[in-house]
Ligand binder design. Structure first.
Ligand code: MV4
Length: 505
């Protein structure tokens, strides 16, 4: 039984993990950097300990320090969240060797899936479709040329130690092969300390579709269906939804079986994600496995009806999965928008700073996973994601309408945010149609950035009229004129503020 968990992370995911701990009557211990003393995850935890200066390498990546705190506070287990140490096999091993439970997969599974060439070999052996390409590291240029002629240009050169879009190179012409290979190898060496690279055929304009899987310590593995993550920019996901509007029931079933086979190939336990790319003809290929809980996990939770963190903890305790594949269904439709402190109009430049005001969206079918509050200063040292807005509807149309309503109600001042950009995405005909692919943002960037004449101005005028209305009311109350008669008719200033604000949608 796990009774106390150290959460080796910060921000919204640390709070997300601690919320499940609280429901399970498990104590939570936060760790924080000097820049995070006032962070909400510190306040939410039962206990909190400073582990070092602001830079991640000196705090959230300090394995020894984190394990020391876990031991000194009497924790049974460590939850790594996402990012930071979540896919670090050495950390998982050190946690285990300290006599603690790592709430995640085995170090061996992390290692095998972390090395993309090894992962490709395992997938081929397990009968999971992979992108046509090499199964060994490319060591000489003649061999590379022979393989590329076989699979045909364009191709991608990828770092075996890379992933998530890091260390990738697209090659269109034979005369670029030699220089691209050399550059890819030296980049990979510098970034990952490993210069192994491999070659894959380039799949143009694919959909990014990933399957959530769960495995227990008794050999059971299930999938919890897919997430469509094609709305990305520079390998940063922006919007995710489930079910994917681009799958048929038959393709979904086949992909789900391959996702389970992929996890089984490395004896996987815990929560994980199998990433596929899919072309417009529904040909799909394994790309990589993420051996952690992902940012976008809440849409799966909502549609499948599970608590993934609770399940991670129960799996770590050695309990069998509480359901079989045939018990799981997709119910309705969920969408997540990631809210970043950034300025889309200024090349999505991060916009750290102090939150002056925040009004979080509420109401039917809305979930808001965040960590900021008025007066909180977003540090410049970490990812600028402020929160995740997740909505559910009985179908896709209702979910989109609900997301638009929630984005409309979401107000943050003090920092620039991606909220207006997300509103544009939710109104875009190609997004609404549903057949968008990974090039959606790049293709329509100009119109997604367009600010209609009214947008900013309406907002300002709405605020000013609301304030005049407030002063009006104040005057009425002070003059003793608030007798019910005047309250029936809305102030014209208030009406004007409302209509100006509504016209934006
Ligand atoms: C690809 C690909 C097309 N062909 N590999 C990007 C992140 C990492 N998981 C692998 N990625 C891709 N690998 C082959 N052989 C397309 C992607 C890709 C992508 C590429 C450009 C712009 C956005 C993208 C989003 C998802 C996947």
């Amino acid at each position: 039984m796990i009774r106390k968990v150290l959460v080796a992370n910060r921000g919204e995911i640390a709070i997300r993990v601690m919320r499940s701990c609280r429901e399970m009557n498990i104590r939570s211990v936060a760790v924080f950097s000097e820049a995070d003393r006032a962070s909400y995850h510190v306040r939410y935890a039962d206990e909190a300990y400073c582990i070092g200066p602001a830079p991640s390498v000196q705090s959230y990546l300090n394995k020894e320090k984190i394990i020391q705190v876990a031991l000194e506070t009497g924790c049974d287990a460590v939850h790594p969240g996402y990012g930071f140490l979540s896919e670090n096999a050495d950390f998982a091993r050190m946690v285990k060797e300290a006599g603690l439970i790592f709430i995640g997969p085995s170090p061996e599974a992390i290692e095998q899936m972390g090395d993309k060439i090894t992962a490709r070999k395992r997938m081929i052996a397990a009968g999971v479709p992979v992108v046509p390409g090499t199964t060994e590291a490319i060591t000489n240029d003649e061999e590379a040329l022979r393989i590329i002629r076989q699979i045909e240009l364009p191709v991608m050169i990828k770092a075996s130690a890379g992933g998530g879009g890091k260390g990738m190179r697209l090659v269109h012409h034979e005369n670029e092969i030699e220089s691209s290979l050399r550059a890819a190898r030296s980049e990979a060496k510098a970034a990952f300390g490993d210069d192994a690279v491999y070659i894959e055929k380039y799949i143009s304009s694919p959909h990014h579709i990933e399957f959530q899987i769960l495995g227990d310590h008794h050999g059971n593995i299930v999938h919890l269906f897919e997430r469509e993550c094609s709305v990305q920019r520079r390998h940063q996901k922006v919007v995710e939804e489930t079910p994917s509007p681009n799958l048929t029931p038959e393709v979904r079933e086949a992909m789900g079986k391959h996702a389970v086979a992929a996890a089984a190939a490395v004896n996987y336990f815990g929560a994980g994600t199998i990433e596929f790319i899919m072309d417009d003809q529904h040909n799909y290929y394994f790309l990589e496995m993420n051996t952690r809980l992902q940012v976008e996990h809440p849409i799966t939770e909502r549609v499948v009806g599970v608590d993934l963190v609770k399940l991670q903890i129960q799996i770590a305790e050695g309990k069998p999965l509480p359901f079989r594949q045939e018990d799981l269904r997709q119910n309705g439709h969920a969408i997540e928008c990631r809210i970043y402190a950034e300025d889309p109009a200024n090349n999505f430049m991060p916009s750290p700073g102090k939150i002056k005001h925040i009004t979080e969206p509420l109401g039917l079918g809305v979930r808001h996973d965040g960590y900021v509050y008025p007066g909180y200063e977003i540090p410049m040292y970490y990812d600028p994601m402020i929160s995740k807005l997740i909505v559910w509807g009985t179908n896709r149309e209702e979910a989109i309408a609900r997301m638009r309503r929630a984005l409309y109600a979401y107000k943050i001042s003090g920092v620039s945010t991606s909220i207006p950009f997300l509103e544009k995405v939710m109104q875009h005909p190609v997004f609404i149609k549903g057949n968008y692919n990974t090039h959606f943002i790049d293709t329509y960037l100009k119109e997604l950035l367009e600010v209609s004449e009214c947008d900013g101005l309406c907002e300002d005028v709405a605020v000013i009229t609301a304030f005049i209305h407030y002063l009006d009311e104040l005057g009425r109350v002070q003059n003793g004129a608030h007798d019910g008669k005047v309250a029936i008719r809305e102030s014209r200033w208030k009406q004007m503020g409302k209509s100006l604000n509504l016209r934006r949608n």
